[in-house]
Ligand binder design. Structure first.
Ligand code: SAH
Length: 252
């Protein structure tokens, strides 16, 4: 059995209870060494074999899983944050399906939630934005042309941008071209929830300058939108005294 497990954004106590239990029971761990906090490996048992997937190809990862399976062992494939966001899990699952190896998926706290925690942010304020767009600039991995930053920017919704820290000048250019004001609030969160977390509030126009000043070149998220700073927003209907819900009568 292979368990795909979300490691959480960094802090070792932000893995789920289930994820921790799976780590404690695993015979073999394959962890994404570039971003998973190695402190999580302290939860594993002494006899566990540990592989760092940062140095492995997909084929090598599968080989390790296959060997463990043949020996009747349990494998945890530990991915940073939640595996469903840029986790490259589908390609592993498809090969495991072909090979008849069973697997399951234990979610984790994605770094975009870790970043909200770092900034005490709500991404969805009633009259400001009710949508969160998770995207990236293209790198070696292309982005479909219909998903351009400009096209998403046109919505002025909250945007969380992954995997793009080295491209902030171009990112700003596209965000503004697409329709955000240059002074739209933005944030850069580096290593959210890690001990060396850093966070900076800036604007769409000053993203690159802010990252440069603080030498942030990787492992960061950019949060874009008025939710980052606005002090004017509508209260929720859910907790409005005048509003009846399934669980509560309106006060008047
Ligand atoms: N599955 C992961 C994302 C993997 S892609 C998740 O759910 O978070 C890797 C990118 O995620 C990094 O380049 C960076 O943009 C972002 N990232 C991962 N962990 C981070 C953290 N703790 N703080 C800020 N950004 C992080």
């Amino acid at each position: 059995m292979v368990h795909f497990v979300g490691a959480g954004p960094g802090a070792p106590d932000l893995i789920t209870v289930r994820g921790k239990e799976l780590l404690e029971e695993a015979d073999v761990i394959i962890y994404a060494g570039s971003l998973v906090n190695p402190k999580l490996l302290e939860y594993t048992k002494d006899v566990c074999t540990i592989h760092n997937s940062a140095k492995m190809t997909l084929e090598e990862v599968i080989q390790v899983m296959e060997k463990a399976e043949a020996e009747g062992k349990t494998t945890v494939r530990l991915h940073t944050g939640d595996p469903c966001i840029y986790g490259a899990i589908r390609e592993q699952m498809d090969i495991l399906d072909q090979k008849g190896i069973s697997y399951d998926y234990c979610p984790g706290v994605s770094s975009f939630c870790g970043a909200a925690g770092a900034l005490n942010l709500e991404y969805t304020l009633p009259d400001i934005s009710q949508s969160v767009i998770i995207t990236r600039m293209e790198g070696r991995t292309p982005v479909p042309p219909k998903e351009s930053i400009q096209s998403f920017a046109a919505h002025n919704a909250t945007m969380v941008i992954f995997l793009s820290t080295g491209m902030l000048e171009e990112l700003s250019r596209r965000l503004i071209q697409g329709g955000y004001r240059e002074d739209t609030p933005a944030a850069i969160v580096y290593k959210a929830t890690w001990e060396d977390e850093k966070k900076f509030i800036c604007t769409v126009g000053t993203l690159a300058q802010t990252a440069k000043e603080h030498q942030i070149t990787k492992t960061a998220l950019m949060i874009i939108g008025d939710v980052v700073k606005t002090s004017h927003y509508d209260r929720s209907k859910l907790y409005d005294p005048d509003f009846t819900t399934e669980f509560r009568q309106a006060k008047k």
